[in-house]
Structures are given as C-alpha cells and as structure tokens.
Design a protein around this ligand. Structure first.
Ligand SMILES: Nc1nc2c(ncn2[C@@H]2O[C@H](COP(=O)(O)OP(=O)(O)OP(=O)(O)O)[C@@H](O)[C@H]2O)c(=O)[nH]1
Ligand SMILES: [Mg+2]
Length: 391
C-alpha cells in the first residue's frame, strides 16, 4: 500500500520527557498528543499511554529499545518526542536518547519533589549537550500548593547548579492525568507547557551541509525489504541512492529507502528522526552504537584526552577515588564502550574532582573534539566528560 510522503511544512525539533520513575512522563506524553490532536484542523494523532509504554518495537520485532518515540505538531513546529524511562537501570538509554535532544521536558512530581533520577537526568542532559530544559511540575492536581512552591524553588536551584540558569527556566504546573481525562483547567496547563516549549527552546543550528552522520539507535529487519537502521541525523543530508559507510561494522552500502514516522522521504537532514533502509546488509552485522556516515568523512579512533568531572557520592557517584587503570564503560553517542583511563601524574581523582585524563577505548569509535560522554560503572553514572583531543 503506498504511503503518504513526509511533507516538511514546519521546522522539526527533537524533544523528550525525562525525570524520576513514576513522576508521570508517559502520562504527560500521552496528554500532549491528546491536547494537540483535539485542536481544530490538527495533524497530530493521539497516542495512548498503553501505546507509548508498550514500545511496539519491543513486542513486535523482538528488539529492546526502552525508549518510545511519538510525533506531534504545534502551530509552529513539528516535534519528535522520546519518552525516556525513569528507572535507574534505563539511564543508559536515557543517555543515548538524550544525545539527540534539542530540548527536554523535565517532569517532576509536585507531590514528591526532586528524587535521585531527577538530579541524574539533569546532570546527564547537561553532559550530552541538551541546552534547554522546560519543567513540568506534574501531578499539580494532587499537590498542596505551598508544597508545590517549595518543589519549584528546589527544581530551579537544581537547574542553576547544573548551569541551566534556573531562575529563567519556565516551570509549568500541569496534570497529565487530568488533561488526559479532558479536564479543561488541566488541558490548558498542557497548552501552556507546549507554548513554553515552542518559545523557550530555540530552533538549533542544523549542519545540513556537513558530511552525513547518524548514530545508530536501533536496527530492525523489515521482511521482504531488508535491514533498517534508525536514529536521528546528527549532521548533513542523506538521499535515497547515496553511498554510506557503517562504521563499527566496516560495511559500505547504499541507502535504498528513507522514512520518518512511517512516511517515506527523498532526503533526510540534520535533526530528522529517520529509518534508513540499507542494501544487502545482514541484520546482525549492524548494532546500536555504530555510526552511519558519508564514506571517508570520519575515521574511528580509540585514544583521546578528556576533561572529566567525577561525580560526588551525593550526586550518586562513587564514594572512593578512581585511579589510573580504572576500566569503566564510556557512553559516547549511542555507543557503550569499555575504556582504560590514565590520570598521568595525578594518578588518582576523588569524587567531586574535575580532571584531565587519557582514555584508551576497547574498540575504534568515531570521536571528535568537543564530543560529550558519560562514564558508568555497575549501573550508575560516575563521571561526565568532554573529548578535548584525539591522539
Ligand atoms: N494525580 C496524578 N497522577 C498522575 C499524574 N500523571 C501521572 N500520574 C500517575 O502516576 C503514575 C506514574 O505515571 P507514568 O506516566 O507511568 O510515570 P512515568 O514517569 O512515565 O514512569 P516511568 O516510565 O516508569 O519512569 C501513574 O499511576 C499515573 O496515573 C497527574 O498529573 N496527576
Ligand atoms: Mg514512563
């Protein structure tokens, strides 16, 4: 059945909900699509809580992604929205999901206030380059107004502590649950949240003329058509028929199809969330963490120097210092790679320190100066850094 092609009528941005487990991210995501789909002449489809939380890729294609994407349109913009899980075990996915975000909605329950993953997500968002955060103080229907004032103060402080200028950040009191139920007071709150996102999150500069690069988030097989890789285009433009390299898999191939949210497109550009059909590539040769790029435009490497902040115990980090020879996991774009650290003369770094280190990764990885990454160990984030030079 022929599908309707994607028509680019509005600027496209990538956004997402993050925050502590159970604070209402998925409910709010569903409420956003509901409120927008109810607007006159809307092109947004309502996506129910169950359809977001079930992550269809997981059930139907046997692939665990743990991050659900939905799309919606406001009057001025087209958004791809990732609903990120709050559970600590999923922070890895939060990192790779957030790496593509132009802005984020931090969901904080007005009833519970700041919790450990609230703080961890803010830190990770900063590290992976999310420059703009809008706060949804959710469950405002159930929160005591004075307590909610305190939660708001706390959130602004947390954001300021991470360089987000908390005093200027829009903090909107919402109820995803009541908005979903159609309560006008609370559908208005979701409208206000969307207005804040539309105006506070600027349209990022898109490097559409740079050589094409897409970090692979997910790989699927479409029966009868072949292998598809998905992700957000980090830079450049790709067209059907273009030759591309899959770095990490050492494959050169041709793009034979392009889609965004099920709609075919002739070309995709920086910022677009796309599925790329690639010719003659076996499903199990490509993995999340690989990078699809214009041939010859990127040379993967393994050694680099970095500026790294070692999280304090209070921030959920280690209680003991790290030393040369320490081998944690490095989360770089969508990749998850082990690496050896060398602290040079300092030899040790204490929680709370910012240090320069040399890293040797366990495998070749596309790297560049300025790239942000997270360091994790045993299911928690212990450091956050930026590549300063390739060696
Ligand atoms: N009173 C009230 N309850 C809410 C609101 N939003 C969500 N809830 C409830 O809070 C619980 C958690 O909601 P979810 O949307 O699943 O939370 P989440 O942040 O997506 O949770 P994880 O994905 O597990 O991190 C559910 O029982 C919701 O019904 C709200 O605005 N008001
Ligand atoms: Mg959820």
């Amino acid at each position: 059945m022929p599908k309707t092609a994607y028509v680019r009528t509005k600027p496209h941005l990538n956004i997402g909900t993050m925050g502590h487990v159970d604070h209402g991210k998925t409910t709010l995501t569903a409420a956003i699509t509901k409120v927008l789909s109810d607007r006159a002449g809307s092109s947004t489809s309502y996506v129910s809580f169950d359809r977001i939380d079930r992550a269809p890729e997981e059930a139907q294609r046997g692939i665990t992604i743990n991050i659900a994407h939905v799309e919606y349109e406001t009057d001025t913009r087209h958004y791809a929205h990732v609903d990120m899980p709050g559970h600590a075990d999923y922070v890895k996915n939060m990192v790779t999901g957030a790496a593509q975000l132009d802005g984020a909605i931090l969901v904080v329950s007005a009833v519970d206030g700041i919790m450990p993953q609230t703080a961890e997500h803010v830190l990770l968002a900063r590290q992976v380059g999310v420059d703009h955060i809008v706060v949804a103080l959710n469950k405002a229907d159930a929160g005591d107004p004075e307590l909610t004032d305190l939660v708001e103060l706390e959130v602004r402080e947390l954001l300021s502590a991470h360089g987000y200028g908390g005093d200027g950040v829009p903090v909107i009191r919402v109820s995803g649950l009541k908005a979903l139920a159609g309560d006008p007071r609370w559908t208005a709150s979701v409208e206000a949240l969307l207005d804040a996102v539309d105006t506070y999150v600027p349209m990022p500069v898109r490097y559409t003329d740079a050589p094409f690069l897409l970090p692979v988030e997910n790989v699927l097989t479409i029966t009868g058509r072949g292998t598809v890789v998905t992700g957000a285009v980090e830079r450049g433009t790709v067209r059907v028929g273009d030759r591309v390299s899959v770095l990490g898999a050492d494959i050169e191939t041709v793009v034979t199809g392009l889609e965004t949210f099920g709609k075919p497109m002739e070309s995709a550009q920086a910022g677009d969330n796309v599925a790329l059909l690639v010719r003659g590539v076996e499903r199990d040769r490509v993995r999340r963490g690989h990078v699809v790029a214009a041939p010859g435009s990127v040379t993967p490497s393994r050694r680099f120097t970095a500026q790294v902040y070692i999280l304090s115990a209070r921030e959920g980090g280690r209680t003991t210092p790290v030393a040369t020879g320490y081998r944690p996991q490095f989360y770089i774009r969508t990749a998850d790679v082990v690496g050896d650290i060398d602290l040079g003369e300092a030899a040790v770094a204490r929680p709370g320190d910012t240090v320069t280190m040399t890293v040797e990764l366990g495998r070749d990885t596309p790297l560049e100066s300025g790239l942000g990454f997270a360091i994790r160990e045993g299911g928690r984030t212990v450091g956050a850094g930026t590549v300063t030079a390739l060696l």
